[in-house]
Design a protein around this ligand. Structure first.
Ligand code: OSB
Ligand code: MG
Length: 368
């Protein structure tokens, strides 16, 4: 394949409900949507999961646009590519900026899967026909409201409930959830809101039989997490700290994490995500696919990745309708009783609704 042209769109979609984490609140989702077209006319789609603000990571919509326009697109246009794994090599002279790289790499994988007449899931080596999913719930105004929301999602059948925590919204919240829902798989995600000095507070969470606690300490740390894990019964799962196979290996060797949340954008693409999956499988570290409030395009890539065998824990890729009045793909991603049916059509397996895409486009630019 040879990429003939690329269109980048700055998108904005209204979330059905605001989503609050320890680092801030999102009311709308701004992101970059990328379409790459091969010289044979095949279109592939990718989404950058960077936010409009650098709270989760240092990347933003604007820094991604700069990286794509000035560095990444010139490296990829008109270059002969025989397999999507080569994209990582083509971008290897550019440091970090994983979410920007991933947006192109995802589109190249979509094109490759279509050209080889297979689903993206099969192209990645995935075999599951359905995937199990959980749900991630933001910080609420009161514990009562949270309990009501959790109850609703349990009734929808989600396979595990993840709730965001932060100092002042932690031990009492988790105690109430555990007492109210004694048999439900529950976990907490701190998004780096704590320090090692908070160890006594974090140890109290051991009483609630949580599946795991996600990223309690600093976003760039693997040392203090190792110290903390030695003192905690609850498994730690790293999210923000893992950007590559090398990061995963070091964290696992140090004992900083017992489970890894793989996000395609955070690790620079599907090729690196598969490598991390394979390494974790060999080392008995279960993985699950994280979410970044994606539109249908990012959601489709998450569904495909989750079909690999070591994705043994439910991920965060919930139904499109949980986030959006109308998604940009058809059919939308649907979870029934916490199970998503993996599409079998070639490529990402969902059709892009170009009218809907256009209606959420704030600006766009074409590169040839
Ligand atoms: O840490 O997993 C996270 C949302 C925004 C930024 C970071 C995270 C999240 C989520 C939501 O937990 C996952 C989703 O529903 O897409
Ligand atoms: Mg997280």
């Amino acid at each position: 394949m040879k990429i003939d042209n690329i269109t980048i769109r700055h998108m904005e979609m209204d979330l059905k409900a605001p989503f609050t984490t320890s680092f801030g609140t999102f009311e709308t989702r701004e992101f970059l949507l990328l379409e790459a077209v091969d010289t044979d006319g095949t279109s592939g789609w990718g989404e950058s999961v960077a936010f409009n603000v650098p709270f989760y990571s240092e990347e933003t919509v604007q820094t991604n646009w700069h990286m794509l326009e000035d560095f990444l697109i010139p490296l990829i246009l008109h270059k002969e590519i025989s397999h999507p794994d080569q994209v990582t090599e083509i971008f290897s002279s550019i440091r970090k900026n994983n979410m920007a790289k991933s947006a192109i790499e995802a589109a190249v994988w979509d094109i490759y899967a279509q050209q080889t007449n297979q689903s993206l899931a099969s192209a990645l080596g995935g075999t599951r026909k359905t995937i199990d999913v959980g749900i991630s719930i933001g910080i609420q105004d009161s514990i009562e409201e949270l309990v009501e929301i959790v109850d609703g999602f349990i009734n929808e059948g989600y396979k595990r409930i993840k709730v965001k925590i932060k100092p002042g919204w932690d031990v009492e919240v988790m105690r109430t959830l555990r007492n109210t829902f004694p048999d439900v798989a529950i976990m907490a995600d701190a998004n780096s809101a704590y320090r090692l000095e908070d160890i006594d507070l974090l140890k109290q969470l051991d009483d609630f039989d949580l599946m795991m606690i996600e990223q309690p300490l600093a976003s760039d740390d693997i040392i203090d997490h190792a110290t903390l894990q030695k003192e905690l019964k609850t498994p730690i799962c790293l999210d923000e700290s893992i950007h590559s196979l090398e990061d995963a290996r070091k964290a696992v060797e140090l004992g900083s994490t017992k489970i890894i949340n793989i996000k395609i954008g955070r690790v620079g693409g599907l090729t690196e995500a598969v490598k991390i999956h394979n390494y974790c499988k060999e080392n008995n570290i279960p993985v699950w696919c994280g979410g970044m409030l994606e539109s249908g395009v990012g959601r489709a890539h998450n569904v495909a990745l989750t079909t690999l065998s070591n994705f043994t824990l439910p991920g965060d890729t919930a139904s499109s309708s949980r986030y959006w009045d109308k998604d940009i793909i058809e059919p939308e991603v649907v979870s029934e009783h916490g199970v998503i049916k993996v599409p079998e059509l070639p490529g990402i397996g969902y059709k892009i609704n170009r009218d809907t895409v256009e209606s959420f486009t704030k600006s766009k630019k074409h590169y040839k």
